[in-house]
Design a protein. Structure first.
Length: 30
């Protein structure tokens, strides 16, 4: 259960990194 809680806590950080990556890739494509 603690592993699931840790993953849930890090999901926000991963989501922010993913959004930044998409923005950077979009900038390179455009």
């Amino acid at each position: 259960m603690s592993a699931v809680g840790g993953f849930g806590r890090h999901i926000g950080f991963i989501l922010v990194l993913f959004i930044l990556l998409v923005i950077i890739l979009s900038t390179f494509i455009i």
